[in-house]
Design a protein around this ligand. Structure first.
Ligand SMILES: *Cc1c(COP(=O)(O)O)cnc(C)c1O
Length: 410
């Protein structure tokens, strides 16, 4: 884990972004085939209408409470704090949500939107399977046809999630192109959408892709930070000194951070996947060696070679194993408002066991990247400081993999 960078200057009206063309500064935009332009415009219009409709907001709030289980606690990790011997550590417990991660916030929002738009068929991509499971669940709940694209390699690694999706009535289509993982699954989902655009809504799973997805997905996750702000004020009477969240595409981080972007006293830190270390092909830390480029609808920081070929990535956590990062993160990093760090697989394995042992909470390997960061920071800071980490998901899906890595078969 690198020395911590400073993030201070550069306050900006957080509601002013993205601009009318879907850009966050130079990042974002709409880089898609002509055939998808009208679908994206239709989606943008429908979302703008829904957003300003009190009936939509009430309905979403109802399902977030009754189906997903909101609000989630902001939990004081007392034993982990004592173990570190420094700053107080709080965890935002998105792991307690239905289907086991924050992804359900966005899946619910988009499913309700699809219904408003009269679309009865849903497609989605999934890497580790968490977004696929959340999408399958909301489709079962709202009686929508559901097709999930998943790389064949991921299907094998995450067989349990494939079964969960099928149990809830989704059709899981394996993708055998290229690396047979998330990137290829997204390509296939976009191909399906082009073909079936009239009947179909594409529920994209993170703050990525062409406008309006990065904005819309962010908005559906804003509830995380809104709750956290109220909760920390209630328990501590002040805002935290620092907040950390893991960043794959960046949706749990953007959801937690958005409410605090204009609170200069709160330091915001995104934690990327350092994998086996920052060497080509061994990690997925886009801000460590990535460059500006365009991938899957969006201009942003991408891990690519000199010819613009997308580089291989690696992380112990499938959910962070992607070559590009959400455009809003790239923007706020340039402005110095969100700082970035990374955690290596080895640091994550240690924090995974530490959290399980001290708190009785088994975290998702993705979320554990944020935990590894706050454990390190808590040790550096005094007991008068307050840290908040996004516990974006639970680790049940990861225990077999961890058992294998520790050499103790489950
Ligand atoms: C999918 C996933 C992530 C990564 O996605 P973001 O869009 O970066 O939040 C992180 N944590 C968990 C538990 C996930 O399932």
């Amino acid at each position: 884990m690198p020395a911590t960078a400073t993030a201070s200057s550069g306050m900006i009206d957080r509601f002013s972004l993205p601009d009318a063309t879907g850009h966050f500064g130079q990042y974002g935009g709409v880089y898609v085939p002509e055939t998808l332009m009208s679908a994206l415009q239709e989606l943008e219009r429908a979302y703008a209408q829904a957003k300003s409709d009190p009936a939509f907001r009430t309905e979403l709030k109802h399902h977030l409470a009754q189906f997903a289980g909101r609000p989630t606690p902001l939990y004081f990790a007392e034993r982990l704090t004592r173990h570190c011997g420094g700053a107080k550590i709080y965890l935002k417990r998105e792991d307690l949500l239905h289907t086991g991660a924050h992804k359900i916030n966005n899946a619910l929002g988009q499913a309700l939107l699809a219904r408003r738009m009269g679309k009865k068929r849903i497609i989605a991509e999934t890497g580790a399977g968490q977004h696929g499971v959340a999408t399958a669940a909301v489709c079962a709940r709202f009686d929508l046809e559901c097709v999930v694209y998943m790389g064949a390699v991921d299907m094998e690694r995450q067989a349990l999630n494939v079964f969960r999706m099928r149990l809830m009535g989704a059709e899981v289509r394996g993708v055998t192109a290229g690396q047979q993982t998330l990137k290829e699954a997204i390509n296939e989902a976009m191909r399906d959408w082009v073909t079936n655009v009239r009947s179909t809504h594409y529920i994209l799973g993170t703050v990525y892709g062409a406008h309006p997805y990065p904005m819309m997905v962010r908005d559906f996750h804003r509830v995380i930070g809104q709750e956290a702000k109220e909760q920390i004020l209630a328990s501590e009477g002040r805002l935290p000194d620092e907040m950390a969240a893991c960043v794959g595409g960046g949706s749990n981080a953007m959801g937690l951070f958005f409410e605090f972007l204009e609170e200069p006293a709160v330091r915001l830190v995104g934690v990327e996947a350092g994998g086996r270390g920052i060497r080509r092909g061994e990690h997925a830390a886009r801000f460590e060696g990535g460059r500006l480029g365009v991938l899957q609808g969006c201009k942003t920081f991408i891990l690519q070679d000199l010819d613009g070929q997308i580089e291989l990535t690696h992380s112990v956590s499938a959910g962070l194993d992607y070559a590009a990062v959400g455009p809003e993160h790239a923007f706020y990093r340039d402005r110095g408002r969100i700082a970035f760090s990374y955690a290596t697989d080895a640091e994550v394995m240690e924090a995974f066991q530490l959290c399980s042992r001290t708190e009785g909470i088994i975290p998702a390997l993705e979320s554990t990247h944020a935990l590894a960061y706050v454990v390190k920071r808590a040790r550096e800071l005094g007991p008068d400081k307050i840290l908040v980490a996004s516990l974006s998901g639970r680790g049940d899906k990861d225990v077999q993999q961890v058992a294998r890595m520790l050499g103790t078969p489950a």
